[in-house]
Design a protein around this ligand. Sequence first.
Ligand code: AGP
Length: 611
Amino acid sequence: MCGIVGYIGNRSAQDVLLGGLKRLEYRGYDSSGISVINSDDSKISTQKSPGKIALLESLLKKKPLSGTAGIAHSRWATHGAPNHINAHPHADCKKEISLVHNGIIENYESLKTSLIKEGHHFLSQTDTEVIVHLIEKFYKNNTSLEEAVRKSLKLLVGSFAIGVISIREPDTLIGARLGSPLIIGVGKDENFLASDVPAVLESTKEVIFLEENEMVVLNRDSLRISSLSGKEVSRDPVRISWDIAQAQKQGYKHFMLKEINEQPKIIENLLKLRIKGERVIFEEQKIPEEKLKKIKNISIVACGTAYHAGLVGKYIIESICSIPVSVDVSSEFRYRNLLLDKDTLVIAVSQSGETADTLAGIKEAKKYGARVLSICNVLGSSLTRESDGVIYTHAGPEMGVASTKAYTAQLMAFYFLAFYLAELRGVLPRKKIAQELIELKKIPHQQKDILKNQAAIATLARRHSHLGSFLYLGRHVNFPSALEGALKLKEISYIPAEGYAAGEMKHGPIALIDEYRAVVCISPDSHVYEKMVSNIQEIRARQGKIIAIASLGDEKLKEQVKEIIYIPKCPEIFSPLLVVLPLQLIAYHIAVKRGCDVDQPRNLAKSVTVE
Ligand code: AGP
């Protein structure tokens, strides 16, 4: 999730663009850059830098770029390491055009190959760079920049929001979008482009939201919107009433709620990125396939929510590709007698890639000759540098301390890895994998159906916000879901909450049941559904307050439970991807009702970089 800003007006483009980038920092940054059309219209000057936007700012202080039109970009890398050469903006061979991009170009390799054959010279490993060379290819003779952009975008498969300038048309700034957001800020004798509203709010509250398949040509005192096929579009600006802080949450009250609602889109993007035809692919995974074919067991190590993702990963891998899996919390893993060897694959799961116990754990593991594969959300983080292979979760920066979208992106990594290994090791025929992937592709839509019902879930949650403790029960692949639901609630509402394997009720927890405690029973359609129904009957008999999560169409539970949250039917193995949304929303709305600081809960940090 990158940040784009464009400006054309009469002020210093550098100052306006930097200010806009800073307001988009929550979208992630591992590198950034800026291009400005020089005030004498002689050339485009560009400055880029890896790292935080402050580093770019310090470079510009030493060597300012003068000009009143330009583009800028803060990168959250998907293709190519976060370094200077891969930072945007990217230029054509003749340095006459400069472009910034947010999105994923799925067919960039084939486009790059044909452009190189036509004599184009590429500098970076990014997918983005193919776009600016395509524009260069068409931008000749009497073709305008607008037409060259239009012709280029028609060849792209994937998602994009772009900003483009050229020294040949110094009074023009072009934007276009498909699958990634782009807005227009309408000023007085100046106009703006941005990925999101916060970037322009200090200059104007008049905003036009570009829609899918649309392009805009901006001049200082005019703008023209059209469809990518060239049809004129007229759209009036809307006046934004948010302040900057609200705008960074895109109108949501907290980052956590925004991130809960981002999950369908993130899974859609991952499905596009990881599935090619009927197969799962991982470009960035570097462990040789020959080694992966030979592993005899898997050891997963992680903390907190990532540990719960690892527990789900155990069920996923053992049921899809029949490899024995153990799962440890990192703080135990690193101190116990590890029975690992060269036939073990250690999988470290971490959103931040900086968790001290997890880093220490894999350092221990490598002493035994085990290969380490990390599932991580932060490109270039310590964990990724210590690992033999990496699967990035591409969830974008997670600002809420309580992990939500990173968790479901970690689960997706396990599903993709399981199908990848099942094919590689000949455990499942490609046809069977293709059928499973068809079901997996339904998940984003099913998540959206659940989120359409979030107001009712909020009301149900608030009804229980006064209770002093919660018990979460699940079985099989949703036993970890019970642990995750309990962690979400306790870490943001401070209510004692425990997750348990429902089959364990008789071995202790049933003593807790009374009318002062809520029991969340995770009971979607599954091979252990009847067992969950028995647990629910045991709880009812003891006046426990039951909240059930059940599959749409479940008539049986209606007779037993008053408070039911329904989720769409899906294959049992994929159900954690749906079950977790009500669990996240219950925790969120109870915490809000109790006046807790949802995004920064007391005593917690987003990344625990100390033991
Ligand atoms: C989860 O909501 C918590 N924020 C916490 O348990 C977190 O999952 C844990 O600290 C692990 O962090 P990591 O994924 O960055 O390694």
